[in-house]
Design a protein around this ligand. Sequence first.
Ligand code: SAH
Ligand code: SF4
Ligand code: F3S
Length: 456
Amino acid sequence: MQTKTKKSPYFYATKVLGKRMYYHIITFGCQMNEHDSEKIAGLLSGEGYRATDDLPQADIIILNTCSVRDKAEQKVFSLLGRMKPLKEQNPALILAVCGCVAQGMKGKIRQRAPYVDLVFGTQNIENLPLLLQEVRAKHRPRIEIIEGRISPTDRHNLVRQSNFKAWVTIMEGCNNFCTYCVVPYVRGRERSRSNREIATEVRELADQGIQEITLLGQNVNSYGSDLAGEVSFSGLLALLNNIPGIERIRFVTSHPKDFNSGLIYALRDLDKVCEQIHLPFQAGSNNILSAMNRRYTREEYLEKVQLLRETVPGVEISTDVIVAFPGETEEDFTQTLDVLKQVCFESIFSFIYSDRPLSQSKIKAPRLPYQTSLARFERLWQLQNQITSEINQTLIGKKMEVLVEEFSKTDPGLLTGRTRTNRLVHFAGDKSLIGRFADVEITEGGKHSLRGQLVF
Ligand code: SAH
Ligand code: SF4
Ligand code: F3S
């Protein structure tokens, strides 16, 4: 009879430790997850691994997952299914699942995909090297999920995706418990990093040549409420605005209930803070807002947006909308369309309501038929497409400063840059402009992006 060690695929893994090891990370979900993947890449590089895009070459494949909607979660399992043959071809391959699905499902992941070797949560990423060693040394799978108030940890030694723009975590977790949302269950309660720690990181980034930072948090407006004697979010912005080398400061996401005049004035007065804000309203009717536990009314939202538009010239506003929340009537939905018409958002992200097992118990009303949901979703899009096209037409002839990011994904002959208002502009130009600021004049306004030409 063979011994357990000989039978175990992990035996082969220990044999290959002398050779160069490769990792591949696949990321789903929001910027917070993208940024966590930079941290995972940093930890793996510290262990001597190198990145590869060639999956059969990888010694470890990590899926950093999102569970915000059912579809996102299903994608993870269908991808895992497609990874199974790789595992059969290379038994030493370590297949790991982390992120929000891992945090929420824990051991259930291996019930559905028993060939997964490692499952870890959103709050113990820095244990990854240790967990990997254990998987290899003990020749058996490992599941580790930590729950609790773990502070956002050290964000140094990351493998960042860009060398001119960077994400900076200022807080993690959420205390809001909107009834549809899984995030508080998979990201824990709000924890803020101290402003000194954040400023140190931003100074280091500036020294490395980073020009644009995006501050990350599930609810940046309540930054600091868990810290004694610290500054508020607008105070933090003022502090970071003074750091030489940083040219643009962005942030996501703001919750309308905590969005206040202090932040509006920060947007107006701090030269590096870009005049763009993502302010999800989710639904236009007070009945639905209340069933969602959003803790603001339609009127309060509209008032804040009006003050914002009056105070900050040229500000652009984007939003999230959920269509077909349980119990949404035709009248409720019309009120959502009405908010779109009143505010004229420059862009929106819209989603059909999706039941989430961890949070749905608080939703009592009946679910809407799929056909109704889809029809409303399409009506919403038709209206927004019209609004976006009208706004984009008004931009033709305007001169805008862009930070040039890369060659366009849809037309590799063109460069893509981002305006201060977070608009994508495609224009002809030389590769040497990537990572630099340029002025472009807008020549065409499409539905999702703009075209322009360089102005010298
Ligand atoms: N922290 C952010 C939102 C994070 S989730 C905020 O409060 O704005 C991103 C978006 O996904 C949400 O704004 C919401 O529009 C959508 N969303 C979240 N849960 C959903 C669900 N169960 N069904 C459909 N959309 C959902
Ligand atoms: Fe989810 Fe609401 Fe928290 Fe946003 S504020 S993460 S939608 S619970
Ligand atoms: Fe998804 Fe988790 Fe972000 S659920 S949206 S990856 S916080």
